[in-house]
Write a protein that binds this ligand. Sequence first.
Ligand SMILES: Cc1cc2nc3c(=O)[nH]c(=O)nc-3n(C[C@H](O)[C@H](O)[C@H](O)COP(=O)(O)OP(=O)(O)OC[C@H]3O[C@@H](n4cnc5c(N)ncnc54)[C@H](O)[C@@H]3O)c2cc1C
Length: 408
Amino acid sequence: MERNSSRRSFLKGSALTGAAYVLGRRVLARPNPLSVIVVGAGAFGGWTALELLRKGAKVVLVEAWGPGNSRASSGGETRIIRATYGPSRIYTQMAAQALRLWQENEQRWGLKLFFPTGVLWMTGKDDSYERAALPLLRDAGVRLEKLAASDCAKRWPQIKFDEISWSIYEPDFGFLAARRCCEAVFNAFLKEGGEYRQAQAAPGRITGNRMEGIILTPGESLTADAYVFACGPWLGTVFSFLASLIRATRQEVFFLGTAAGDVRFTDAQLPVWIDNSRRGEHFYYGIPGNHWRGFKIADDTRGPVVDPTTMERQISAAGLAAARRYVSMRFPGLADAPLLESRVCQYENSADQNFILDRHPEAANVWIVGGGSGHGFKHGPAIGKLVSDAVLGIKAPPAEFLLGRLVK
Ligand SMILES: Cc1cc2nc3c(=O)[nH]c(=O)nc-3n(C[C@H](O)[C@H](O)[C@H](O)COP(=O)(O)OP(=O)(O)OC[C@H]3O[C@@H](n4cnc5c(N)ncnc54)[C@H](O)[C@@H]3O)c2cc1C
């Protein structure tokens, strides 16, 4: 079974990487395709399973409660897809790639999953993050407009731009219909030949640097050549050595109702918006009303650590009051808007908020994928490409996502 790991074993894992890629190519060249079990059918696991299948692997997807279920970090109605990522080249490029892939696949499936409302990223006095983003956005081929607050106010009079110095507007980005995306990826996986098991999986015994299999509740074992654990906020319970590296935090989301006939706060007239003007204090973002649902608003500030299995998902009075204060200030037309719906979700935060994509330090045939840290959903298709390339020995994962960086 899985044991605690030291920095030495992480480094040992990385040192194995080169040799294992050669092995990966050899395995791929075999007449029998590589068999892979992917545990978790959220944005990361679902896309990984589909991409592995498309690259010729035989894939079984194991999921405890279903793709995009109500406990999963990928559950819920909508997620933002934007490319502004401050000084991070890797996320800027991945977001641009992911947008293309979402669009290609929705066309292939004949579904509407992506909604190009545009994304308005507002900045305040300290605009270093946004200034760092601009050249990277241009390098990644992302169309953008740099707008003064006065221009924004003319264009979107329903927003009050107090304390905003300027904004980045990404006209080609917007939001994804999250739960429906998970379902679409899952249906494509089944249609393209994948096998699905609804069960809870636990890692099996590791001997000679390989995991022998996984154990499904209530006791059946499954074996494959390789295993991918994309268990989102559960990664720290599945592997105890990850408990201090990935923490699930409680996050509240509110949906407010507009006046009858008022479309100023819907996707007909408002882009997705992100307010970075009070970084460090709070970081509100939202998605305009869509599909006749409410105006979504949430604070990205990390909440208390929670257990994603047992957490009661009820919003707090304090969270709602804070959201209302913010809305009254930034969207005065919604000051008296009633709460229509709410959600309590969790972020699966890695210690540095960056993704994790690496081998298990003690088992070369096991991959750990996660650490979406509140911004992972959009990247699902790009993650699927990276993980499938890594598992099949086509390309090593980016250094930014290796576990060793988190182990001091
Ligand atoms: C409120 C909120 C707002 C967000 N907003 C955005 C946004 O606007 N844009 C964006 O890009 N990202 C956003 N995110 C982040 C993003 O949704 C997540 O980073 C991403 O969905 C994580 O996907 P995942 O596949 O790693 O995890 P999950 O979706 O949690 O998937 C893990 C899956 O593994 C299954 N599982 C776990 N353990 C086991 C086991 N032992 N056996 C079998 N199955 C198991 C679970 O049931 C689950 O379905 C937001 C997240 C939240 C909570």
